[in-house]
Design a protein around this ligand. Sequence first.
Ligand code: FHN
Length: 455
Amino acid sequence: MIALRHGAGAQERRQDAAMRAFRADRFGQFVHWGLYAIPAGTWQGRTIEFAAEFLMHSAHVSREDWAALAGDFTLDGFDPAAWARTARRLGARYVTVTTKHHDGFCLWPSAYSDFTVAATPSKRDVLGEIVAAYRAEGLAVHLYYSVLDWHHPDWRYALDTDEDRAAFDRYLAFATAQLTELAERYPDVRGFWFDGTWDESVKANGGWTAEIERILKERIPGAIVNSRLRADDLGARHFDSNGALMGDYESGYERRLPAPWDRSVTAHDWEACATITQATWGFHDSAWADRGRKTPAQIVEQLAQTVSLGGNLLLNFGPRGDGSLAPAEVVLAEETGAWMDVNGAAIHDSGVAEQWTYPGWGFYTARADTGLVHAIVTRIPVSGILTIEVPAGLALRSVRELSDGAAVPLTVLDARTVQFPVPASTGMPVVFALETGPAGEDPALREPNPDVALV
Ligand code: FHN
């Protein structure tokens, strides 16, 4: 055991109301919005097939030219109430919204920067309007903050000289002031989502990351902070040098998920984030961005896989430069939300079905309140017959399709193996509720069925 001053604090999973709510939510909306949505991947006629929010960097735009975009941030189509309605329609229960991305532009009128909404034509507190709109729609709000900052003159990637160290100390004081300001201006947010913390300069300042977590939790009791903020004394990130999780949940799964059978992730809370488009978080107006756009079925499949492993999924939306939502993302929210209307009970308030192992044809999830297990079928076998391997000690009493509550006819092969037909694919996963009881209570299920020949 290595002695650490800035390692993980509490080792137990948090069980307070905020954390239980976050865990039960399971599905959140990520929003990346900033000046990068205006050029939307194209600079001076050249479309760069890379994440739109990186355009300043990838097109080698000067700070001055990039800052001039603030004059075009006119909010002509900005309707935060419509964003919040779309998120609720999607079935998301919380939003994580960028307050400042790597380009340094702040969506709130920060007293510590001149590169904010206060320098745009409307001067509106855009972030305040977003927070209010989502809260009015009943969603919790988390604030994304990039520590990496291409605009601030004191940002450093590494600390090679005394000058670097002095500059970066000034930078950290600036970030501390901004984060304290965010917590004080928007006290009803539920959490903070940190990004841009992977550089050597931040890793050399594990003490600062611990202090930020402490300050935010002091200002907002119960605030939830992702692991990506944290580094320990030795520069270990997410997990400290003794292997303990720092922050309240692990946030390392980005555009990827743990393997469906990898139960090691269930040891702690975690959240994965995903793009709808191939590889851009900010709005990228191009055929390139549309390539690989996920379908509602793919989103639901990722969501089911995530929940089956006790995680949350944060699905990203990239509003357009005028503040309106991208039409394709509204359609996706509508179609995914229609599935959630019927099947959301297998997602929200659900988590790992402890005794049920990965079945291959989809995912099991279990309700946290009742323990009811749902089978989310994402790959219907070509036979149309689903085989359920019942865990030892349990018997399967009935299986009902969640959409209509109708019991399906079961074929009991033996006490641990049950089969039933699955309806033809609608293109979206189908969900069944499995009612179980202790093995041995129902004689029909305790013994192998003599009428069924096992082949
Ligand atoms: O560089 C960013 C990227 O733009 C985006 O914000 C994602 C979201 O998780 N985080 C960073 C890459 O890890």
